[in-house]
Design a protein around this ligand. Structure first.
Ligand SMILES: [Zn+2]
Length: 79
């Protein structure tokens, strides 16, 4: 994976990106007005230009952060 090709910045939280052409869309449950594909299926420019990889990396970092900050549960023996 070429990390230098990954998109910079963060996408808008108000408008989701089409997971095919990486253009902003109003609703994720309708065909994309830009490319006509299902906006919820990753492919096309979204994968080729690194948006998919960036999202996967952000999800991984979030899970890793949650795992390191989570307080372990007490076992019954510790109560
Ligand atoms: Zn699209």
């Amino acid at each position: 994976m070429d990390l230098s090709r990954m998109p910079k910045g963060k996408p808008s939280v108000a408008l989701p990106l089409c997971l095919n052409c990486a253009e902003y869309v109003r609703r994720v449950d309708a065909p994309c007005p830009h490319c006509g594909h299902d906006t919820t299926v990753p492919g096309g420019r979204y994968k080729d230009d690194g948006f998919y990889a960036r999202d996967a990396l952000e999800r991984l970092l979030t899970v890793m952060e949650q795992a390191t900050t989570r307080t372990p549960r007490k076992t019954k023996a510790e109560d």
